[in-house]
Every structure is written in C-alpha cells, then in structure tokens.
Design a binder for this molecule. Structure first.
Ligand code: NAP
Length: 361
C-alpha cells in the first residue's frame, strides 16, 4: 500500500474551458480517522459537469469560486480502510463526497454503504447514481412518460441522456437522441434508441424533423442555448420540456443567448425545471428499478475512463469540451469484479503499472 495521499487542486483560477494545466497534484499524509470517522480509499472518482459551475461558485446559487490551491468536490466510491464509526465496517464499499483525491475521511454524513453484488461498483456514480436518478426524476416523476409517447433527449450518450432514453423505453415509449458525433450516435442507437441525430452534421434540423415525423411529446434538455431553441421545431403542441442542464454555458455563461419565449408560447409547452436533490427520497425505488436491469443487460451504459489521480485534470477538461464517450470517471484503485461485463469506452490515460485495473473490462 502506498503511504501518501495524492489530491488534485487548482493551479490557478479557471477561466473558460478548463485545460489540464489548470490543475496540479499535491501530496499529503493519509489522514487518521478521529472518533466517529472512517478512512476511505477511493476506487472511483466521478467527474460531472456541475463541478465546473461549482468551481466557479455558480452551482445552485453559488458559493465562493474555488481559488488556486483549492480541491474540487466530487462523489467517490471507495473501500473503508479504517473505521471509528460503528455504522461502517472495514472492507465496506461506500459512496460519499470524497473530492478529487485518493483517500478521504468521512464523518458518516452522506455516506452510503453499497451492495457490491447488485451492479458493477462504478455504476453507483453513473447510471445507478446521481445522473441515473436525474433521468428517473425526469421521465418518471416530472414527465410521467407513457407508452407510445416519443421522447427526444440531447447529450444522449451521457449518463443522464442515455438513461432518459432507456427509462422511457422501459416504460413503452420511443426514444430519439441528439449527440455530437457519429461515433456517439452509433452507440446511442445500439442502446435501442429509434434514431440519433448528430447535431454537427449538415442539415441537422431537416434530419431531426425527418426522424420525428409526428413530433416529440417530451424533450429532455441537457444543453440549453441553441439546442433548446432547436428542439421546439419538433415539439408537439402541448408537449413537455424538462429543463435539466445547461452544458452550452457552463464554461462561459456570458456567451449564452436567452431563450426566445415565443417558442414555448407557440407550442403551448409545459416547461419543468429539474433539481435532482429534490428526489433523494426516491433513491431506493430508483435503484430497485435500475439495478436488476443493469445486471441482466436491459439497461446498458458506457464509461469514459481515465486511470490514476494525476489524469483527473485532463479528463475533466475532456468532459467539459464534450469529448467524453459516456460517464466520465477516474479509476483510482483495484476494482472488485462483477459477473456481467459492462460496455465501456476504450479511451483511457492508461499507464502500464495500472493496466491491471482494467482487468475484466
Ligand atoms: P454528459 O452527457 O456525460 O456530458 C455532457 C455532454 O454535453 C457532452 O458529452 C456533450 O455531448 C454535450 N454538450 C453539448 N453542448 C456542449 C458544449 N457546448 N460543450 C460541452 N459539451 C456539450 O453529462 P451528464 O453527466 O450526463 O449530464 C448531462 C446534463 O445534465 C449536464 O448539463 C448536467 O449538468 C445536467 N445534470 C443536471 C442535474 C439536475 O439536477 N438538474 C443533475 C445531473 C446532471 P454531445 O457531444 O453529445 O453534445
């Protein structure tokens, strides 16, 4: 076992699209748990678009922007190494807010013991985690998607978008995706979506209209800006729009154009904002629906992995350029095996000494 903790901090305040050089690695002693605390060694670190807004001090009303030397927060999954909290045993796998580092202490707050045989452990950060719950909240709680309805979703290969489509299909609806490349769209179609349109292709609006001859009943928006405006061209009258994400503006809100409100008026649209933390009490119901479907392959996913804590900054920059092919994740330690083999992106910042971490994938 190594005897130092490594963490990633800001090398300078972020401006615009993050670069790998905006981050640097720091070394520190591995902390000792005090009374009531546990020490967690991280196996997976989740990179999510909201972290860009959180670093800028804009997330959910905002706090102070993170300055040079500050460590970004993130959900992590790891194994309890030492516990001085009776609710957690050494060897337990847990999910908590451990941040961009290899080891972290937890007081037990927001720290959940994971059933490691229910689904691959990494999925507790993706399709079975916060992004999956977001899709569940959209399709089940807010849009209440019905059999035969048509659901359109942007950023369709990401953990939120891919789950929006798959939950809709599990409920008997038809899913159509929008994504940023032919490669992304090919995988979206493999998930069972009826169509996926690359918005960077020529005549995007014409292709979108052709894929939705009767229009969409529901549009789940992960992007905002022009993408949201474009979706109104295929939304049915009285259709529903779930406002979930603003990917188009996270790196630089000053460049974003406000929505022309004539668009929802003309469509008589119902627009609902989604904040996933409002649905925390549905986690168990959501996991009971999704975990067996992951285990037997009815719900599939793709992960965009980097290996090793020092790859975190570059991998976050890749996510914020929109180049990720699925759930963005950093692998930090040995992965426990799971019987089924999830579909995974092959992109990684793999290093020889860490190749063993990809065993079984
Ligand atoms: P993701 O889809 O894995 O990654 C974001 C994707 O956004 C990129 O891969 C890219 O895909 C797309 N994108 C579109 N325009 C972009 C631009 N200008 N710059 C960069 N990327 C762009 O992310 P996710 O974790 O599933 O999250 C999807 C959205 O849901 C995000 O906006 C996130 O903030 C939001 N979200 C909201 C809540 C909530 O409570 N409201 C909770 C979780 C997530 P393409 O190449 O396919 O366009």
């Amino acid at each position: 076992m190594q005897h130092r903790n490594h963490r990633i901090v800001l090398a300078r305040p972020l401006s615009g699209v993050p670069l790998a050089e905006d981050f640097r690695m720091q070394e520190a002693p591995i902390p000792e748990p005090g009374p009531g605390e546990l020490l967690v060694r991280h196996v997976y670190l989740s990179l999510d678009p909201y972290q860009r807004s959180a670093i800028a001090g804009r997330h959910m009303g905002g706090r102070q922007p993170l300055g040079a030397g500050g460590m970004p927060m993130a959900e992590t999954v790891g194994q309890v190494l030492r516990s001085r909290n009776p609710a957690y045993r050494e060897g337990d796998y847990v999910r908590h807010f451990g941040g961009w580092q290899e080891y972290a202490l937890s007081s037990g707050e927001h720290t959940e013991v994971l059933a490691k045989n229910r689904a691959p452990l990494s999925t507790w950060l993706g399709v079975l985690g916060m992004p999956g719950l977001t899709a569940w909240a959209s399709m089940v709680e807010l849009a209440d998607v019905q059999p035969g309805q048509v659901v359109l979703v942007s950023a369709a290969l990401g953990p939120v978008g891919s789950m929006v489509g798959q939950i809709a299909m599990q409920r008997g609806a038809v899913a159509v995706g929008i994504a940023g490349s032919d490669e992304k769209c090919a995988f979206v179609r493999e998930l069972g979506f009826s169509a996926c349109i690359n918005y960077r292709s020529a005549d995007f609006l014409g292709t979108l209209a052709a894929a939705l001859p009767g229009g969409a009943d529901i549009y789940h928006d992960n992007v905002g800006g022009q993408m949201l405006a474009d979706a109104f061209t295929v939304l049915k009258n009285y259709g529903t729009v779930i406002l979930c994400g603003l990917m188009e503006r996270y790196n630089d809100p000053s460049r974003s154009k406000p929505l022309d409100l004539a668009l929802p008026i003309v469509r008589r649209a119902v627009m609902k904002g989604l904040v996933v933390m409002d649905f925390e009490d549905r986690r168990a119901q959501f996991a009971d629906f999704v975990a067996p479907r992951i285990a037997d392959g009815r719900i599939r996913y793709r992960e965009d992995r980097a290996i090793g804590i020092d790859a975190t900054g570059a991998h976050f920059a890749r996510l914020m350029r929109g180049e990720n092919l699925g759930k963005s994740i950093v692998v930090l330690g040995d992965e426990p095996s799971f019987p089924s083999a999830p579909l995974q992106a092959r992109y990684s910042t793999e290093k020889p000494r860490l190749k063993a971490l990809l065993r079984g994938t």
